[in-house]
Write a new protein. Structure first.
Length: 313
């Protein structure tokens, strides 16, 4: 299967090349199985090279890079880096489950992926997973939205990039809205409270990306998405202060989102959604998002553009 040549320089490449495709059952509690599932979905949604001969324009790359970051940084469980087993009680692991196992089931329904069953969790868990083939009621909407996405990109006709991104983000948000509800009052132990707060804030930050139909293709992710998150678990405020400047700034913003009162967060997101109404504004998402979260003298012009897009009829 063709893939961008640059993939060989990334830490994802070894598991990308060795993970075996699911056969009989897809076990989402094994890291390499989630990678293999994404790899298969990337391949199956690129008929006739609709996302490029090397598939670099496929918007599913973002999910794969997020999974690799979670694995690399220990967010999938204490033993995941040793044996690839994803802790079903990992909040991050559960979040990615809704973005891997649920799309997998939906792709099967759309005829894009093999209609293989999803394995049950290996033990009792604080989260609700697919068990004996039964999808929890709260995830049924996400399955439907992901099925719509795969029906759009898995057909024979051409697909425009932005409609594909918007369909993917609709399904992505449907998945993460369930995660937000699941972790709202969860006992963080044994995970650090600060880390779970970071996850809550990250789900809110993703709402901003959803509203902007944030690009998640290979080129955009490797240029803008691989050095912006912490490379270790956040246990204490000192862990945040010790981060490289770029990641530290992002983490501070995400934690601030986590502690924002819901009424204020909802209002700010509504304003951002209004700003992102036009493709013109969405094409400037990087400087505009920076202007929202990092007010500085050098982005005053971008803040003025924000106001212009907000007030535009």
């Amino acid at each position: 299967m063709a893939h961008p040549e640059e993939l060989a320089t990334l830490d994802l490449y070894p598991v990308w090349t060795t993970a075996e495709d699911p056969e009989g059952t897809f076990d989402p509690f094994r890291f390499e199985q989630r990678v293999a599932a994404y790899r298969l979905l990337l391949h199956r949604t690129n008929p006739a090279d609709r996302f490029g001969v090397d598939n670099r324009h496929n918007p599913l790359w973002g999910l794969l890079f997020q999974l690799q970051w979670q694995f690399r940084t220990g967010r999938l469980g204490a033993g995941a880096r040793r044996d690839g087993r994803i802790d079903p009680d990992s909040p991050w692991g559960y979040g990615n489950y809704t973005l891997s196992a649920i799309p997998w089931l939906a792709a099967g329904l759309a005829g894009v992926a093999p209609a293989l069953p999803v394995a049950d969790p290996p033990a009792r868990t604080r989260f609700r997973y697919v068990v004996r083939g039964v999808v929890p009621a709260e995830l049924a909407g996400a399955v439907a939205d992901w099925r719509d996405y795969f029906a759009l990109v898995g057909g024979s006709g051409p697909v425009e990039p932005e409609p594909a991104r918007r369909a993917l983000w609709k399904a992505h948000k449907a998945s993460l809205d369930v995660v937000v509800a699941a972790i709202a009052d969860v006992d963080a132990a044994p995970w650090p409270e600060l880390e779970v707060a970071f996850l809550r804030g990250w789900c809110r930050m993703v709402d901003y990306l959803w509203a902007a139909a944030w690009p998640t293709d290979f080129g955009f992710m490797t240029a803008h998405g691989l050095d912006v998150l912490p490379e270790s678990l956040l246990t204490t405020p000192e862990d945040v202060r010790a981060l490289p400047a770029k990641a530290r700034g992002n983490v501070v913003n995400v934690l601030r989102l986590a502690s924002t009162p819901k009424w204020r967060y909802d209002l700010n997101l509504a304003l951002w959604r209004r700003i992102m109404r036009t493709s013109e504004a969405r094409d400037q998402v990087l400087p505009l998002l920076d202007a929202v979260f990092n007010r500085r003298p050098d982005n005053a012009a971008a803040r003025r553009r924000l106001l212009g897009y907000l007030l535009r009829p």
